[in-house]
Design a protein around this ligand. Structure first.
Ligand code: XMP
Length: 320
């Protein structure tokens, strides 16, 4: 069991010191790889790992084809400003072929997990002779996976899976005792730029967690365009997280006086402290109406936009 450190009891300076020492001791004089997605957790782990290992940490951004608009280059450039080099590995084909034909949410999550850890990182770790993968798993990821609610992409040992046996390397998880609010506090204490540690969360399976039904490059492109619009429109709310979701069902719409059997986008905007419980943000109807117009105008094929009004639980924040 991982003992929780709540945000209130967290002493960031001591936590950072302890984790740097633990990472250094574990890796010794070897090499480690670290998976950076640009989200809060992986950004904090990258900074911690870099302090502990310097050049002996190789930071990889996996371009899985499921990220937000312009994200790989943006993340690389933000870290370059911190003198942390980030290598982008293009694995788009691996992910889309693993996801092809899958509709079941847990099968989709499993496909993303296997592609990340077995295929992509298996190869990178093998080629680099690193023995460790450093990653930003947090306690909330573990809770939901162990409870059987969602198989979070980055949880293994708590499910009885030994990463060494399954993938050929060990995994180090310095943030495993924290929740999101604690991770942000550590990010601030590490001196990361505010937009990095206060960024809204983004799930490991990325936009694949926001497409109901089959994940294809075309369907990802639709949800990606809608995501850009939603993130711009709702950043002023300071909500915990906001997102666009592509539904599987089509509905009858009309454009230019012609029938259009079109797509549906659902907008979700959540108030939450640590993602365990969440409720829909009270966004004004004017803002929602503008979102409806912008999405139907700018995202090809979309004729319907809805706003989620259910709480977590029984909902969850992502749809997959
Ligand atoms: P749910 O959808 O489970 O999301 O209510 C709770 C929080 O976790 C994020 N999330 C993930 N994060 N790997 C992650 O690192 C995952 O597989 C994953 N799935 C969901 C989600 O974005 C939300 O902040």
């Amino acid at each position: 069991m991982n003992q929780e450190i709540t945000c209130q009891e967290l002493n960031s300076e001591k936590f950072i010191e302890d984790q740097i020492r633990a990472i250094s001791e574990t890796v010794g004089d070897g090499l480690a790889i670290n998976a950076l997605s640009g989200g809060v957790d992986s950004s904090v782990v990258t900074a911690l790992g870099h302090r502990a290992l310097g050049d002996r940490l190789k930071t990889i951004f996996v371009q899985n084809g499921l990220m937000r608009e312009g994200e790989p280059k943006q993340v690389q450039s933000m870290f370059s400003d911190l003198d942390i080099p980030v290598e982008i590995v293009d694995s788009r084909e691996d992910f889309f072929s693993a996801l092809q034909g899958l509709e079941d949410p847990e099968e989709k999550r499993e496909a993303v997990t296997q592609t990340f850890y077995k295929k992509v990182f298996g190869q990178i770790v093998n080629e680099s002779h690193a023995k460790y993968l450093l990653q930003g798993t947090i306690l909330t990821d573990v809770d939901e996976t162990v409870a059987g609610i969602k198989r979070q992409h980055n949880v293994f040992e708590q499910l009885g899976i030994d990463p060494q046996e399954a993938f050929g390397y060990k995994i180090i998880e310095p943030l495993i005792q924290l929740r999101k609010d604690g991770v942000r506090k550590v990010g601030e204490a590490l001196g990361l730029p505010e937009p990095m540690f206060n960024r809204i969360p983004f799930p490991g399976p990325a936009l694949a967690a926001r497409v109901i039904g089959e994940v294809t490059p075309e369907r990802i492109e639709i949800v990606r365009k809608a995501t850009t619009i939603v993130e711009q429109a709702l950043s002023f709310t300071n909500a915990f997280q906001y997102m666009a979701i592509l539904h599987e069902d089509r509905v009858t719409g009309m454009r230019n006086n012609q029938r259009e059997f079109g797509l549906q986008i659902e907008v979700r905007c959540w108030d939450s402290v640590d993602a365990r419980q969440a409720s829909p943000t009270h966004v004004s109807f004017d803002v929602l109406e503008k979102l409806g117009s912008d999405i139907t105008d700018q995202v090809p094929g979309v004729v319907s936009v809805t706003y989620n009004i259910a709480k977590k639980p029984p909902s969850t924040m992502e749809v997959v």
